[in-house]
Write a protein that binds this ligand. Structure first.
Ligand SMILES: Nc1ncnc2c1ncn2[C@@H]1O[C@H](COP(=O)(O)OP(=O)(O)O)[C@@H](O)[C@H]1O
Ligand SMILES: O=C(O)C1=C[C@@H](OP(=O)(O)O)[C@@H](O)[C@H](O)C1
Ligand SMILES: [Mg+2]
Length: 182
């Protein structure tokens, strides 16, 4: 599409579940005075139930179809900060919509750091349920190639939320000044 200036393009955060897309996305939105869209939250509002129940009740394919439609729609909007679920980039159409319309930040957390967060995630993330640690590690590794298509990568190991959000906003401001100086 690209009938938007760089400054108007929405920002999309991607990365494996639990890396902080929702938390950091909210912080970035606040710093840039933009609206925040969390795709999982939008799906939850639509079905009036959390992702884990949607998976149980309707199956993963219904979740993925809704996720795709909501992301494609969100990407067309200007000036948003959008956090997508860790599995969203499995779908070609989602990746293509985000790449063509938005600026994509990949939040990259090492497996060693991710492991420390597992207790915060295990109950609410349906794709982790019923898996042992080796199977989760395998999923973590198998998912990494889908995050390769991004515009900027942030290694978040050991960084608090505010610092990651500051890094992202500073990096955007630099790009805007270079490519679209007033
Ligand atoms: N930079 C960070 N440092 C420490 N904990 C974090 C950080 N970012 C997120 N968290 C915590 O990790 C958990 C998962 O974060 P969340 O934003 O839901 O991730 P995602 O949206 O990528 O699944 C939350 O409990 C959150 O408070
Ligand atoms: O990786 C995945 O397949 C998923 C990640 C979740 O989002 P977060 O990445 O925000 O945890 C959520 O969309 C759903 O549970 C499926
Ligand atoms: Mg999230």
């Amino acid at each position: 599409m690209k009938d938007m200036s760089l400054r108007e393009q929405s920002i999309v955060l991607i990365g494996f579940m639990g890396v902080g897309k929702t938390t950091i996305g909210k912080a970035v939105a606040k710093k840039l005075y933009r609206d925040f869209i969390d795709i999982d939250e939008e799906i939850e509002k639509k079905f009036n139930m959390p992702p884990s129940e949607i998976f149980k009740e309707y199956g993963e394919s219904v979740f993925r179809q809704t996720e795709k439609e909501l992301i494609i729609d969100a990407c067309k909007q200007k000036l948003k900060i959008i956090s997508v679920g860790g599995g969203a980039f499995l779908q070609d159409e989602v990746r293509e919509a985000c790449l063509s319309d938005c600026i994509i930040f990949f939040l990259d957390l090492s497996w060693e750091s991710w492991k420390e967060r597992i207790s915060l995630l295990i109950d609410s993330r349906p794709v982790l349920q019923g898996k042992n640690i080796d199977q989760i590690k395998e999923l973590f590794e198998n998912r990494q190639p889908i995050y390769k298509e991004h515009h900027s990568r942030v290694v978040t190991d050991d960084l608090p939320v505010e610092e990651v959000a500051d890094y992202i906003t500073a990096s955007l401001k630099t790009a805007w000044d270079i490519y679209e100086p007033n």
